[in-house]
Design a protein around this ligand. Structure first.
Ligand code: ADP
Length: 552
């Protein structure tokens, strides 16, 4: 079952000592907290509105792996036997409760795989609808049908018992589980004095609201308005302190409200204990769901704002680098043209026109390349990187790139070694493939410290592999994944020019051709860039989802 769950580094191997310890701990905690809940006048002896075990199981299975399910099953079976349920009933309830934990945890991990699911609307919505709403209905149905079958309840009591069971479990998922997830992040980050004082103020406001909760007649309305007073501190916590504060505040309010109501205080203290706790827990469920949704929405907005700020910062930095990069060849062009003009004016026959023209053309080409890169960014952003497929000899293409680069390679004091095993025919976009190889070779020259560069092409059965190896400055392990992102550079702009776009564009092209690009490198030991490309057939639809990854 775990295979369908996003990879979970925290889950222990089934049967290992770590696994057995966790399983036993879960079963023991389950029994202990359930015994407490069952002391509160349980309907049919087993259905209660205070059932922390549901929230604990949800967190245990979603955080530590679904394979811990036997801990829930054993815990539920033992505690029900302990309070006098016949074996058949205890086993039936254990099945229902285990299904509840597995379904709830599975849904949570599937829809909200992030560790910070409390900070995501998707995570909280999944908790409310699927874990608290749906999975608990399974346990309530299995359990109350079991009670009916062993005649612990009559058919007339069925609806009430079902509602008690379902709501008790749902509230546990909505209040106990978020608090446990919030505690997991303990200890909290250090905060400034002002923020700590504000935190104390929220805690005090919550404590006052919890006291007012039990006030039978408010001074203002002469009617109980206590429960509403809990909302201002909740909203305050959601906006200023986030989901973890909301989860803690809600748990505190719930414990205070349940204890007070159980001893007969406050607006819900009418009728038997289950009759009192049913509306109270319905209120607490709404209260928690409101707070968690609000806090997740605020957290998402804050994250989006931070991302937008970062994007603006990256754009500004890019604009300044881009203007600098574009200015260099333009200035050089201007100077060379001015010098050529002056020489021609002084003595039309003395100027070495062809040599100067070569140099001017080189600068113009560099300028055109930079502008092409900028155009590619906007093409990719608007998804207009149209590929034109044709039959291409990859080996001849690499040779062509190498010949064109000969001059720059020599200027850099480097040497090129080709091992091409050609011809290598395939169906690709020639111009774009040229761009990829050219980019990798230019980088090898730029960052290759004047040492030899090797390019090899290895045709395989399904794909051809291109390797470009230099022996230059290399790339640290942390930077190796980053450099394929847009605008990311791992060198100082003072020492090396560039936009930080070449590899990003190369990756988009390679992925669009159905292939992969990667690097292996060590700082100061050189780098090897590898492109693996499947041979495409004419008319074949390329399987690539790279368009979805363009944001970064
Ligand atoms: P640019 O070279 O214009 O900065 P690229 O996208 O081509 O942009 O490369 C991104 C970064 O990757 C470079 O800034 C550099 O830090 C690193 N890099 C790329 N190729 C090499 C290489 N062959 N050796 C060392 N670092 C490299």
């Amino acid at each position: 079952m775990d295979a369908a769950i996003p990879s979970d580094a925290k889950s222990a191997r089934v049967g290992s000592l770590g696994y057995l310890t966790r399983l036993t701990a879960l079963a023991v905690v389950y029994v202990a907290v359930s015994k407490l809940g069952l002391m509160l006048d349980a309907v049919g002896g087993v259905a209660t509105l205070v059932w922390p075990a549901t929230g604990i199981s949800l967190v245990a299975l979603s955080e530590l792996g679904l394979t811990l399910w036997p801990g829930v099953a054993i815990g539920a079976f033992v505690v029900n036997l302990w309070v006098g349920a016949p074996v058949v009933l205890a086993a039936t309830i254990a099945v229902g409760n285990t299904l509840e934990a597995v379904i709830g945890a599975y849904a949570l991990r599937r829809l909200a795989p992030s560790d910070y699911w409390l900070e995501r609307l998707m995570g909280v919505t999944s908790l409310i609808l699927l874990s608290a709403g749906l999975s608990t209905a399974v346990s309530a149905t299995v359990g109350t049908v079991g009670l009916l079958m062993v005649r612990r309840i009559s058919i007339d009591d069925f609806s009430f018992a079902w509602r008690v069971w379902w709501l008790g479990d749902a509230v546990s998922d909505l209040i106990v589980a978020p608090a446990l997830v919030a505690w997991r992040a303990w200890p909290l980050r250090r905060t400034g004095t002002r923020r700590s004082l504000e935190g104390v103020a929220v805690a005090l406001a919550t404590a006052l609201a919890a006291l007012a909760f039990f006030e039978p007649r408010s001074v203002l309305t002469h009617a109980p308005i206590g429960p509403y007073l809990l909302f201002p501190p909740l909203i305050w916590a959601a906006f200023r302190f986030g989901p973890r504060a909301v989860a803690n505040l809600t748990l505190f309010a719930a414990v205070a409200a349940v204890c007070g109501t159980a001893i007969g205080l406050g607006p819900f203290a009418i009728g038997s204990l289950p009759q009192r706790l049913l509306p109270l827990q319905a209120f607490m469920a709404m209260f928690s769901a409101t707070g968690l949704l609000l806090a997740a929405a605020v957290a998402e907005r804050k994250r989006a704002e931070a991302e937008a700020r970062e994007a603006v910062r990256a754009r500004d930095e890019f604009l300044s680098i881009a203007s600098h990069e574009l200015k260099t060849p333009v200035t050089s062009l201007q100077l060379q043209l001015a010098a050529l003009g002056a020489k021609l004016k002084a003595d039309p026959s003395s100027a070495n026109v062809p040599a100067k023209m070569q140099s001017i053309l080189r600068q113009a080409r560099r300028l055109a390349e930079l502008i092409d890169n900028l155009l590619d960014v906007s093409r990719i952003a608007s998804r207009r990187l149209d590929l034109t497929f044709e039959e291409v000899d990859f080996a001849a293409l690499v040779k062509d790139v190498a010949v064109r680069a000969e001059e720059v390679v020599t200027q850099a004091g480097s040497r090129l070694e080709l091992s091409l095993n050609g011809p290598v025919w395939g169906y690709w976009d020639k111009q774009r493939l040229h761009q990829v190889v050219d980019n990798l070779l230019s980088n090898a020259v730029k960052y290759g410290a004047g040492k030899p560069i090797e390019i090899s092409l290895q045709p395989g059965a399904n794909a051809v592999v291109l390797r470009v190896r230099d022996q230059g400055i290399g790339i640290s392990t942390e930077d190796q994944e980053r450099i394929f992102q847009r605008f990311v550079r791992a060198v100082s702009p003072r020492h090396y020019g560039g936009f930080g776009l070449g590899l990003w564009i190369a990756r988009q092209i390679v992925e669009e051709l159905g292939g992969r690009i990667g690097v292996t490198s060590e700082a100061n030991q050189g780098s090897t860039f590898t492109v693996s490309l499947p041979y495409q057939q004419p008319g074949q639809k390329i399987q690539s989802d790279s368009f979805g990854k363009w944001s970064q």
